[in-house]
Design a binder for this molecule. Structure first.
Ligand code: HEC
Ligand code: HEC
Length: 222
C-alpha cells in the first residue's frame, strides 16, 4: 500500500504562500557577518558593498539592519525565485545557498534598527495627510493605518511586517510601483499589494516626511 507523501516544502510554499515559513536553520550570525563583509561561497557579492558596512543603507540601497530575520530571509527567497524583481539583487540572492540566506538574514536582524517605537498623537486634521495615513489610515479607500501593521513609529512587527519608519521616500515609492506593476509579490495574504494600489506618490512623500519628523536624524534623509 502506498503512503501519500507530504508535499515537499517548496511546493507547499507555492500553494500557500501566506503560510510559507522557511525551515528553522540553526542560523549562524557569525557566518552571516562574513557573508555580509566578504560575500558567499557560491559567488554572492559582499552585501556591505551596496547596503553599507553596517547594513545602514545608502541613497541607492535600502537599509537591512534590524529588520526581522524572517522578513529578510523571505525577501532573499523571493529575489532568488523571481517573485521580487530587482536586476542588481536577484543574482546575489540566487548565489546564496539556503543556509547562507538564513545566516545573513540572522546577522542583519542582530544589528540595531536606527529608529525607536513611538506612538504618535492621533491627528485631528486631514491636512496632515502623512500623520493621518500612518496613525489613522484612509478607511474610505480601505487603507488601515500603516501603524496597525508596521507598528508604532513604523518599527516593524514580528516576522511578517517590516520596519518602514526609516525608509527613504524614494525606496518606498519603488516598492509601491513594484506592487502596482506586479514585479514584487506582496507577501503575507497579499496585504500590502492591495494597499499599494491606492497610495499616490504624494501619499508616500507625506508618509516619509511624517516618519522623518517623528524620528529626526535617525530616519532616512535621502
Ligand atoms: C550590487 C548591489 C547589491 C548587492 C551587492 C547586494 N544587494 Fe541587496 N539590494 C540591492 C538593491 C538595489 C535592493 C533593492 C531592490 C528593490 O528595489 O526591490 C536590495 C534589496 C535587498 C533586500 C530587501 C530589503 C527590504 O527592505 O525588503 C534584502 C533582504 C537584501 N537586498 C539583502 C542582500 C544581501 C543579504 C546581500 C549580500 C549577499 C545583498 N543584498 C547584496 C542591491 C544589492
Ligand atoms: C494590513 C497590513 C498592512 C498595512 C495596513 C500596511 N502595510 Fe505595508 N506591508 C505589509 C506587509 C505584510 C509587508 C511585507 C510585504 C512582503 O513581505 O513582501 C509590507 C511592506 C511594506 C513596505 C516594504 C518595506 C521594505 O523594506 O521593502 C513598505 C514601503 C510599506 N509596507 C509601506 C506601507 C505604508 C506607507 C502603509 C500605510 C499607508 C502600509 N505599508 C500599511 C502590510 C501592511
Amino acid at each position: 500500500m502506498s503512503v501519500p507523501k507530504a508535499p515537499p516544502h517548496g511546493l507547499a510554499c507555492l500553494a500557500l504562500l501566506a503560510a510559507c515559513h522557511f525551515p528553522a536553520w540553526a542560523a549562524d550570525v557569525n557566518a552571516g557577518a562574513k557573508i555580509a563583509a566578504n560575500g558567499g561561497s557560491q559567488g554572492a557579492a559582499a552585501c556591505a558593498s551596496c547596503h553599507g558596512s553596517n547594513g545602514e543603507g545608502t541613497a541607492s540601497f535600502p537599509p537591512l539592519a534590524g529588520q526581522s530575520a524572517g522578513y529578510l530571509e523571505r525577501q532573499l527567497h523571493d529575489f532568488a525565485a523571481g517573485r521580487r524583481k530587482a536586476p542588481t539583487m536577484e543574482p546575489n540572492a540566487r548565489a546564496l545557498t539556503d543556509a547562507e540566506k538564513a545566516d545573513v538574514a540572522a546577522y542583519y536582524a542582530s544589528l540595531k534598527l536606527p529608529i525607536q517605537s513611538k506612538v504618535g498623537p492621533l491627528p485631528k486634521a486631514k491636512d496632515g495627510n502623512g500623520a493621518w495615513l500612518v496613525e489613522r489610515g484612509r478607511w474610505e479607500d480601505g487603507i488601515p493605518a500603516c501603524a496597525k501593521c508596521h507598528g508604532p513609529g513604523g518599527t516593524g512587527v514580528g516576522v511578517d511586517f517590516p520596519a518602514i519608519g526609516h525608509l527613504s521616500a524614494a525606496y518606498m515609492q519603488t516598492q509601491v510601483d513594484a506592487w502596482k506593476n506586479k514585479s514584487r509579490q506582496a507577501g503575507p495574504l497579499g496585504l500590502m499589494g492591495s494597499i499599494a494600489q491606492k497610495l499616490s506618490p504624494q501619499d508616500i512623500q507625506d508618509v516619509a516626511a511624517y516618519y522623518q519628523q517623528q524620528h529626526g536624524s535617525a530616519a532616512a534623509s535621502h
